[in-house]
Design a protein around this ligand. Structure first.
Ligand code: TYD
Ligand code: MG
Length: 484
């Protein structure tokens, strides 16, 4: 079948042989995407011979999936129990957040973990080079990041082979990072390459357990003329990788940077093509990184993995509540502990408020880690019910430690923190607050009360200010602040 590429408008389907900035049909800008088309033989419907077996779903045997551990229990949990062979997982996140670090650590752990005891090996230098001619003229050079070992003779044992394809960095740069993260053991191969055809050829040669593509925005297919990172290239390369993953039963991780435009050439265009989408979140100012799944065909999307970036890479945080409360000064006005749910897991966090008399005609409202429009409503209903003159105060609200809380359960603790800061009186000791605040100042119940309470009790917070105990915001504030 002859294949050519054509530019198709994503809005109206208009086709053009060359790229156009504006679609002449519907007038949309930048909507033409290069797409491969093949001339298919014309078929008359109803005249084909059906030569496929039809079977009932009930006759399909259930198979237990053997998952591969990434070496991080936090990561495995977010994936739903480990990497499913043949699945394709997109890891997205802002540049510099730690995607390459996380995946290189996983690659090292898989390559090392399944080889048994390797402590006595001499490792660390890249010495062996394998090169061979693959797929016609394509010359492949995959370097193995290890010195020697029992598997050197048999590099094709898929149990412990990982192929790390780097399109952004040279193998030397990856090696420097790997040295920083620990000693490289086992069959971890590195391929500095951007051509998807070469990558597939290399992967077919190695048949690795795990194939890592860092990043998809650098990968190009020869079949398309579009530049790396364009929507057409992203789609085509991901489809090729997906076909390989399914056929070879290899787990594939692809890294996707979140671009400023988000929807254009960003990971968004790939979301429907992959089995799971994981986002690595955090900010530059804090060491914490949260790994959340926004789509997962093999597990729940409620799970969250917590990591901390240290000088030797990411380490998993098993007890995030303790860490988020570590620097808390409990007797300070404006600090309230809440029990929030990050995925299915409760985490204790500190909500801080600062109120200062304003020098501006319109007082400032700054919110970090919480939903700004929700907080505006909370402050408005607070000024109504508490008779506090909040209109003269600049109010700053923040979640300590860089955590982001989007759920409405943070309304009540935020309100208490504001009142506490405004009257300059700390909340009662041992208080943990959560609850949604309605427009009229009524408190509304939150989900998963039991898990929140258990986590708070575990860390010594036994006095709960919650909607099942107080009906209104006034009652809750007068108890938490004035003890009555
Ligand atoms: P990186 O994994 O390169 O980010 P991404 O691939 O998402 O763009 O991580 C880059 C940041 O992580 C960089 O600012 C340095 C920091 N870092 C550490 O703090 N400790 C480490 O051990 C490593 C390897 C990186
Ligand atoms: Mg990177």
């Amino acid at each position: 079948m002859k294949q050519t590429s054509t530019f198709i408008c994503q809005q109206c389907g208009y086709q053009s042989a060359s790229f156009l900035g504006k679609c002449p049909e519907c007038g949309e800008w930048n909507s033409l995407v290069e797409t491969l088309v093949g001339d298919r033989p014309a078929v008359t419907l109803g005249q084909q011979n059906l030569n496929i077996d039809l079977f009932k779903l009930s006759d399909v045997k259930s198979q237990a999936i053997k998952r591969i551990s990434t070496g991080f229990s936090e990561f495995d949990r977010v994936l739903g129990g480990g990497v499913v062979p043949g699945s394709i997982v997109l890891i997205s996140g802002d540049p510099g957040i730690g995607k390459s670090t996380l995946l290189l650590q996983c690659a090292m752990q898989i390559a090392k973990g399944q080889l048994g005891n390797l402590a006595v090996r001499s490792v660390g230098k890249k010495t062996s080079k394998s090169s061979s001619s693959l797929s016609g003229s394509t010359e492949l050079t995959a370097e193995v990041l290890r010195a020697e070992g029992p598997n050197a003779q048999n590099p094709n044992n898929p149990e412990h082979v990982v192929l790390y394809v780097t399109g952004e960095e040279s193998s030397q740069q990856v090696k420097i990072r790997a040295d920083r993260l620990g000693t490289v053991l086992g069959d971890l191969y590195i391929l500095p390459e951007t051509g998807v055809e070469t990558i597939i050829a290399a992967a077919q040669k190695l048949s690795p357990t795990l194939l890592i593509i860092d990043s998809i925005q650098t990968v190009v297919s020869q079949k398309l003329s579009g530049s790396a990172g364009s929507v057409g290239q992203l789609r085509e390369c991901s489809q090729i990788l997906q076909r390989f993953a399914k056929g070879a039963k290899t787990g594939v991780f692809i890294v996707g940077h979140v671009t400023k435009e988000g929807s254009i050439a960003g990971p968004k265009v790939l979301e429907h093509l992959v089995d799971a989408v994981l986002n690595l979140e955090g900010d530059d100012m804090h060491a914490f990184r949260l790994l959340r799944s926004s789509k997962n065909r093999f597990g729940s999307t409620f799970e969250v993995g917590v990591f901390e970036m240290q000088d030797k890479g990411l380490i998993q945080v098993d007890n995030p509540s303790q860490i988020f409360l570590e620097q808390r000064i409990s007797a300070r006005a404006g600090s309230v502990v809440t029990s929030t749910l990050a995925g299915g897991r409760p985490i204790l966090a500190e909500i801080q408020a600062l109120c200062a008399s304003t020098i501006f005609p319109v007082p400032t409202r700054r919110v970090g880690g919480l939903d700004f429009s929700r907080m505006q409503i909370v402050i408005a209903s607070l000024s109504k019910v508490s008779k506090l003159a909040l209109g003269n105060l600049d109010i700053y609200l923040n979640v300590a430690g860089g955590l982001k809380i989007v759920e409405p359960a943070a309304d009540l603790p935020a309100a208490l923190a504001v009142v506490s800061a405004a009257v300059d009186k700390s909340v009662k000791e041992g208080i943990c607050a959560f609850g949604e605040v309605g427009l009229l100042g009524e408190l509304r119940p939150v989900a998963n009360l039991k898990v929140r309470v258990e986590e708070a009790k575990r860390l010594g917070f036994n006095d709960f200010v919650s909607p099942d105990r107080f009906k209104t915001l006034e009652e809750a504030t007068s108890y938490a602040i004035h003890g009555e």
